[in-house]
Write a protein that binds this ligand. Sequence first.
Ligand code: SF4
Length: 331
Amino acid sequence: MLSVEQLYVNYGEKEILHDVDLQVAQEEIVMIVGESGSGKSTLVRSIMGLLGEEGHITKGNIVFQGVNLCQLNKKQYRELRGSRIAMVFQQPESSFDPTQTIHRQFYEAMNVHRKVNVQEAEQTAKSLLGMLGFREPETILSKYPFELSGVMNQRVAIALAMILNPQLLLADEPTSALDVPVQGQCVKEMMDLRQHLGTTIIIVTHNMGVVSHMADKVAVMYAGKIVERGDVREIFYQSTHPYTRALLDSVPKIHSTNKETLYSLKGTPPDLINPPVGCSFAPRCEYGMNICRKKYPELTKFSDTQECNCWLHDPRADVSNLPENMIRRRQ
Ligand code: SF4
């Protein structure tokens, strides 16, 4: 359905995305994880054509259902946005006009792309809100955004994004503004949408709990590059990149009985104006070797779905002093 090919994106002098490839099949849920500043949001905004004045694609292609989005003009992009590709933002309020009722917002969102009457918009909105767990959709439709709680607004924002039944839904940190107890509810409702409507979903998140519950595939980003990708089981049980392992180690274990301090990854992501030579993760990596600081690692493929860029798995690197459990060879 979607193929991002060797994508490079700059904001001014900063190269925010570097040689990013991502393939997404129909009805898949793909999660993009990584720290703040790793380029996750820029990747989904590139797909959505929302890089703003400063950002621009310098190289590469984004092919959606056979159409190269990089070649669309503004009008063509506007026609696609909302109808075939939709986006849910981190702050649900940014999806709404605060001066209009929810009912009016659904009506206008539909009317941009095809002429509908008020009743038709209301019926569609009610059915979507029902699908997202609202018991009294008509009450919600009569409210203004400020009259709803954060989680209610986020669920309404998801329904609003789905109003024209887009084939691809992009969500940028959809649960991060929500309290922990209601994050699971939001996740479940997005999964139900996929089941009922067959929507393909790409979600940016730093919440590994959300990833484990929802994802089919996971792409791990660091300093503007995808450093590891795989299906959800491969990433959680057989991750191969030290950065992926660091992300997983820093998740609190609910059943842990010992009182050890929670692992925290030292250092900060690199400056993207002057990125380090070689592997960008080298200044923070406890397994870094000389070669890591000289040359960016090539891709090692472990299965049809899992691959990573790390010298640990390259037979040319000297790994004799490193722990055996970190090293997995090409099969
Ligand atoms: Fe660490 Fe080297 Fe692998 Fe980079 S290439 S993650 S520095 S071991």
